[in-house]
Design a protein. Structure first.
Length: 942
């Protein structure tokens, strides 16, 4: 590892020795008759002769600016819905060029091309980028960026996640730069809507693809917030504090200091209201569990690039991508304290630096009631009832940096170090009852405590070079990562079993130690060469070395205080295991790019060598080798400036992780035992995705359609054994009647399909935006239950309609309704086939009247059908607030809020697995009243 670090440092400093200039192209678009600035004009800079383009829209001042423009011949095209387009061809010498005023002639008022007067163009399509104009979606002055994007077609904000065009948004940029690292929630919830000029939604490509200009189809959904020109030299933000009944409190704020390219933001938050304006990073895999009982198994994926972050592209990160660890808002009652800073600036003219630090601390008090029905091909019905209470204390530290160095017009470098740390202490008490034909069979009480720590350190280095011959390029990327987790746990369980002849009871006392670490070094070389007109070829070689080590030791304590026996290591519950993976991938790609068609065909030859070494309790050294030919295909076709079609196919393999391979029994829940399987093999997956986009600026309507298919061979699923009577699995491991024993297996037959449709339109008659979305998801998940094959088939249909006002900044309302119909069938047990229906409707109103009075109401109706009998099918949630704005420009506000006026708040979730269906109810924060004071900061023209 030290040797690798030295190589990275030498490589870095050698490249920093070169220094040159990159030019800037700027200008201003104005109306020819009045010289009035033209806002929202589309400015495209097109490279000649290959027609590659960069596009942006003019700011409120009519100005535009393109950075890092390289020497060459260009065509600039300027269009606007209300003006005649203009084009100009020019030569750029690599220095800064100010084109001055560029004049547009108004279109004739008699033509059909003029849009509705007073209504901004809602959206426009620029290649794969959909750009929304914020001015077309009116919000109140206190709205957040999240409130704004809720109004945009195809965008759904639910359960702490933002989805657009059927995909989860992985990153939010501000003027092309990261904000708070890779956390989209932090940007959308904390930034004010009034600072936003435009929002761009696009598929972010890898750094290699962005550098070479070749689109490999590997993308992640990203939003880019373009700020208003008058906010780029200003200080703005807000601070707030409130106190209410039951000692509820809420305090926090965000302050932004913008001065051209120099940006600094600081945010803080403290409350016990379940408000989490960020996503937590769960390195330990414990925040989704009630007690933090252990590590969450994962899997290695290869055969293609994974999603990532960072402006201008993404890295194939050593280890897992950060978004794999992000979790949305937790259930239960959460007390939150958080602090974060974000910094970005241009150092000299060639260095672009972005960095952020984020600290959050949460305390979670959670109670869950779980009703579970087991899928078994027996004449007896089996179900369980579980009640758990848990407390957890979690700390997160995240440090991110990104440095981009433009060496000259032919070379640039990106460095991205990242550090994450997490600590989690958890305590839980669980009581479960198992019933056979509604008769109590056994009862288990478990007291569990854990203390865990996790560290993730990574660094990515990318260097790209363009040769004099156009289209010829070379790039190299080095990614290194290191992760570790450690901790201990203590468990006490009491088990009671009821027989017709005689009852039986037993107890268990144990403590465990965990020590787990791993590292990865990945090197990737790519070379592109133009063949002839419109065709190019790319060669790539990638090498990855990964090592994981996991030591889990469990000590059994004597139940008899008189014997005073020392704790002894349990061979069944303990293991010392190591897994080494060596991956080599050689690939060749043929690409075509002409006019509106871009296509790519790639063939990958992937060699994997997986070596598993066990030191305890059994000693063995096993090596496996895999060789696969993995094709990929990508195609994008632009029908016209307003519509395009994108298609992508990928074949990849997934190798089992060390958690899935390590055969050590996890008995943290004595009724649900699990272990690994050292005989697991690789899984092969086929993915096909198609997406169609159309934006009609004339009619102010938008349409998106997406469909994705997946099929897996040797899918890593579960083999579940459900004990009909007491069963001894291993020495010292007893599985009670009704208990489950689960381990992973390879099995064929996994299939899935996702589809998404969205249509949005501005309706002038009601001065509102109407957005209709629909989705259909289908999956077939095979598994083995008691030595019989079962296929769990799920079909989910969702329909959503939203009407959001566009009347004024004083009156804002949203009416929405969502219907979700779910069908679940099991090939093994037809009687457990079920369907359930969920309907959620809401009305939100925010009204500012009489110069500063504020009234806000949010009422939501939830209807459930087909869930457990004791779940209330009708729930009404109503939050109400009234306030008054005062001081200069209404910068201050005092507001009284009543949450859950009707005292009906609840949290209900249905989970479906290969072997059971359960309904989960969690505790929630119920009615309280809060008096809150807010002050808005505004200082312009710094």
């Amino acid at each position: 590892m030290k040797f690798t670090i030295k190589i990275v440092l030498v490589f870095l400093f050698c490249q920093l020795s070169v220094f040159a200039q990159v030019g800037t192209l700027k200008g201003k678009v104005v109306e020819s008759e009045s010289s009035k600035a033209v806002r929202d004009a589309t400015v495209s800079v097109i490279t000649l002769p290959d027609s590659s383009r960069t596009t942006q829209s003019t700011r409120q001042s009519g100005e535009f600016s393109f950075d890092e423009v390289k020497r060459g011949k260009y065509l600039i095209r300027i269009t606007h819905v209300a003006y005649m387009p203009i084009e100009r061809i020019f030569d750029f010498d690599g220095k800064s060029l100010d084109m001055g005023n560029l004049f547009l002639l108004p279109k004739s008022s008699t033509t059909d091309e003029v849009t509705v007067v007073g209504q901004s163009v809602a959206a426009e399509l620029m290649g794969d980028t959909t750009q929304f104009n914020a001015s077309a979606f009116k919000t109140t002055q206190d709205a957040s960026a999240e409130d704004l994007v809720r109004k945009m077609p195809g965008v759904i904000v639910e359960n702490g996640e933002t989805k657009t065009q059927g995909e989860t948004v992985k990153e939010v940029l501000v003027d092309g730069r990261p904000f708070m690292g890779d956390d989209p929630t932090a940007a959308l919830k904390n930034l004010p809507a009034e600072m936003i000029d435009k929002i761009q939604v696009f598929d972010r490509r890898s750094d290699q693809a962005a550098f070479t200009g070749n689109d490999d189809g590997e993308t992640s959904k990203t939003m880019n917030i373009i700020t208003r020109a008058d906010m780029r030299n200003a200080s703005f933000g807000k601070v707030y504090a409130g106190y209410g009944t039951d000692d509820r409190y809420n305090a926090g704020g965000i302050v932004n200091f913008f001065s051209g390219d120099s940006r600094f933001a600081i945010l803080f938050q403290s409350n016990n209201l379940n408000n989490q304006n960020f996503a937590s990073e769960d390195l330990l895999g414990v925040m989704g569990a009630s007690s933090g009982r252990g590590m969450t198994p994962g899997a290695r994926s290869s055969g293609g690039r994974g999603p990532g972050g960072g402006p201008g592209g993404s890295f194939r990160r050593g280890g897992a991508d950060i978004n794999d660890f992000m979790v949305s808002q937790q259930s239960g009652i959460v007390t939150t304290n958080a602090f974060g800073i974000n910094y970005s600036d241009n150092w000299a003219q060639n260095f672009e630096v972005t960095g952020s630090y984020f600290l959050n601390h949460t305390e979670n008090d959670r109670r869950e009631d779980i009703l579970r029905e087991y899928i078994l091909n027996t004449s007896e019905s089996q179900r369980s009832e579980e009640i758990s209470e848990s407390m957890s204390n979690n700390w997160n530290h995240r440090l991110n940096m990104r440095i981009k160095y433009n060496i000259d017009s032919s070379n640039y470098m990106i460095i991205r170090p990242r550090l994450s740390f997490q600590s989690n202490d958890g305590v839980s008490l669980t009581n479960s009852r198992f019933l056979i034909d509604n008769q109590l069979a056994n009862n288990t009480a478990t007291d569990f405590e854990s203390e865990l720590k996790g560290l993730n350190l990574s660094n990515d280095l990318f260097f790209g070079h363009r040769f004099a011959k156009k289209g010829r390029a070379f790039s190299v990327q080095l990614s290194t990562s290191y992760n570790e987790s450690s901790g201990d746990n203590r468990q006490k369980s009491i088990f009671e079993e009821y027989f017709e002849e005689e009852d039986f009871s037993d107890s268990l006392s144990q403590f465990g130690e965990l020590d787990k670490n791993g590292y990865e070094i990945e090197t990737d070389f790519e070379y592109s060469e133009p063949l002839f007109e419109n065709f190019s070829v790319e060669f790539e070689y990638e090498n990855t070395m990964r090592r994981d080590k996991s030591d889990k030791l469990t000590y059994i304590e004597s139940n008899d205080p008189e014997t005073m026996m020392l704790p002894v290591v349990s061979p069944t519950l303990s293991s010392m295991y190591e897994s080494d993976l060596m991956t080599n991938v050689a690939s060749v790609s043929l690409r075509y790019n002409n006019a509106g068609l871009m296509a790519s065909l790639q063939m990958n030859n992937e060699w994997n060598t997986l070596e598993n070494v066990s030191q305890y309790p059994n000693s063995f050294d096993e090596k496996r080798q895999y060789n696969n030919i993995l094709p990929r295909f990508f195609m994008r076709y632009e029908f016209d400036k307003e519509s395009n079609l994108r298609m992508f196919y990928r074949n990849r393999v997934t190798l089992p992780s060390i958690d899935q391979l390590q055969e050590v029994v996890n008995n943290s829940n004595p009724m649900n035992l699990s272990t690994g399987n050292t005989n697991l093999n690789e899984s092969t997956r086929h993915d096909l995705m198609m997406r169609y986009s159309k934006v009609n600026q004339k009619n102010s309507d938008m349409f998106f359609a997406m469909m994705a298919f997946s099929k897996s061979d040797s899918y890593i699923s579960k083999n579940t054994f459900v004990a009909a009577r007491d069963t001894v699995l291993y020495e010292g491991i007893n599985l009670p009647a009704g208990g489950q024993y689960i381990y992973p297996i390879n099995i064929d037959g996994y299939n899935s399909m996702r589809s998404f449709l969205s249509y949005g339109k501005y309706v002038g008659l009601i001065k509102s935006n109407v957005n209709l979305t629909g989705s259909f998801d289908f999956s077939q998940i095979p598994s083995i239950i008691n030595e019989q094959r079962n296929v769990a088939e799920s079909k989910n249909i969702s329909l959503n309609a939203v009407i959001s006002s566009n009347i004024s900044t004083e009156l804002d309302f949203t009416v929405s309704t969502t219907s979700m119909l779910n069908y679940v069938t099991n090939s093994l047990v037809k009687d457990l086939n079920s369907d359930y229906f969920i309907q959620k409707s809401s009305f939100r109103l925010n009204w500012i009247f009489l110069g500063g009075f504020v009234f806000e109401s949010n009422i939501e109706h939830q209807y459930y059908k087909g869930l457990s009998d004791d779940i209330n099918p009708n729930v009404y949630l109503w939050n109400l607030s009234f306030g008054r704005k005062f001081l200069k420009d209404n910068r201050a506000e005092i507001r009284l809020t009543a949450c859950d006026v009707l005292k009906q708040n609840n949290a209900i979730t249905r989970n479906i697995s290969e072997s059971y269906i359960d309904d989960v109810r969690s505790n929630v924060l119920q009615q309280y009243f809060l008096l809150n004071f807010t002050y808005n900061l505004r200082v312009y023209n710094l």
